[in-house]
Design a protein around this ligand. Structure first.
Ligand SMILES: Nc1ncnc2c1ncn2[C@@H]1O[C@H](COP(=O)(O)OP(=O)(O)O)[C@@H](O)[C@H]1O
Ligand SMILES: [Mg+2]
Length: 233
């Protein structure tokens, strides 16, 4: 059995009298330690998949097996605990607490986690050793995103879920953030899933899940993913 298995998953949203099908018969597998890209145009259903994997949303049908457990059967309490300890999230717009420093933002996130890593150590690892006591407004977009990655990985999660993590960053800064995520998978064995609409990023992943119109249309494996340094997009 693969580390992650989404099987025949459906998610429908009721909008007044009509039903929007956001995920239609979505199935894929992901192995532990892989860097995965979920690729597709806006509205394809990518964030819905990510939110279901992260326990922020629930599907209507189908299985979502994470490390041997079907989280689609979880009740609210189990989902809360799963989100808290097993999942790290990285969002397009960082979502840092503005009146807490970089270090305090990471500390806040790990307070509720049993096997957390040391916040200062993780911030140093993402290259922010000199910026521990800066507030988000005193940091560039790329630095803020690195704080948010530090916040996610300090939880020592099973899964690192990133929704358009470079969407608000310029080209070079975006590459640094992708490098950090690729290193997390290659050097630390983290399972990293990145949602993007940018097909130029596909070569860096071990596995690419293509989505279109609520469905998975293709799954590719890269035997030799490209290094970010040599990537042009
Ligand atoms: N909470 C929601 N309520 C209603 N419709 C939603 C909701 N979330 C997503 N959708 C719809 O589901 C479809 C897929 O959305 P989403 O997963 O966000 O796509 P993507 O991330 O690929 O842009 C879109 O048509 C979107 O409008
Ligand atoms: Mg989205």
């Amino acid at each position: 059995m693969a580390y992650i298995e989404m099987k025949h998953s459906y998610r429908r949203y009721q909008m007044g009298d009509s039903v929007i099908v956001a995920n239609h018969d979505v199935s894929f597998e992901i192995e532990k330690g892989e860097l995965v890209i979920i690729l597709g145009a806006s509205g394809a259903g990518k964030s819905t998949v990510l939110n279901i994997l992260g326990g922020m949303d629930s599907n209507d049908e189908g299985q979502v097996i994470i490390d041997g457990t079907d989280i689609s059967q979880f009740n609210d309490r189990q989902l809360t605990s799963y989100r808290r300890t097993d999942v790290g999230f990285v969002f397009q717009f960082y979502n840092l607490v503005p009146n807490l420093t970089a270090k305090e933002n990471v500390e806040l996130a790990v307070e509720i986690v049993p096997d957390a890593l040391d916040p200062e150590t993780v911030l140093r690892e993402v290259g922010l050793g000199e910026r521990l006591n800066n507030f988000p407004a005193q940091l560039s977009g790329g630095q803020q995103q690195r704080v948010s990655i530090a916040r996610a990985i300090a939880k020592n999660p099973k899964l690192l879920l990133c929704d358009e993590p470079t969407g608000a960053l310029d080209y070079q800064t975006g590459k640094q953030v992708l490098q950090l995520l690729q290193d997390m998978s290659r050097q630390k064995g983290a399972t990293v899933i990145i949602v993007t609409h940018n097909s130029a990023l596909a070569p860096i992943a071990d596995r690419v899940i293509h989505m279109h119109d609520a469905r998975v249309t293709k799954i590719e494996r890269n035997a030799q993913p490209q290094d970010i340094a040599s990537l042009e997009y």
